[in-house]
Design a protein around this ligand. Sequence first.
Ligand SMILES: *Cc1c(COP(=O)(O)O)cnc(C)c1O
Length: 197
Amino acid sequence: MRDNVKLIAVSKFQPESAIIAAINAGQLFFGENRVQEALQKWPEIKLQNPEIKLHLIGPLQTNKIKDALKIFDVIEVIDRPKVAELLLKEMRILNKFPECYIQVNTGYEEQKAGILPEDADLFIEQCKEAGLPITGLMCIPPLNEDPKPHFIMLKTLADKHKLPNISMGMSGDYLEAIECGSTEVRIGTAIFGERTT
Ligand SMILES: *Cc1c(COP(=O)(O)O)cnc(C)c1O
């Protein structure tokens, strides 16, 4: 088992006071899943704490790309050619190149974002060739299913493409994710408690 798994504290729906408390306790990496919410909560906190790295872990609409680049240090959710293309275009305009991960829809769930597994090889290579700074993969296994096959699929794909960052595991399944090779777990409720909204 790896001993250097990164903890991403998922602070969606959490007030700034909870975020500050986590920062004061030494937490460096945070995840938010909505661009607008992040833009409301984070600019001042990041100004005061420039060492913080904020990850986008929720779906990215093309009309939110510019805003996402204002606030996020890692974008984990690239999932289709249109997003990849517009993101790269905007990165070049702003001369800002945050690390990017590709989200894989390992469970073929219609309601979830992510490139389908059979399209992933080509998409990863196309993103890299185009010049996107792709350094990892991310997945969210289906609820009420054994997450391990999904984690193994993501790890295998990441190794095949020599991508070092493997974002998988949440409050309910992070131990299994780490066993399967996760390099960063995204934990919300186990840190902050239940979300009320
Ligand atoms: C909310 C969320 C998490 C954290 O989930 P918990 O079960 O609260 O740990 C992790 N990843 C994504 C993509 C999320 O949206």
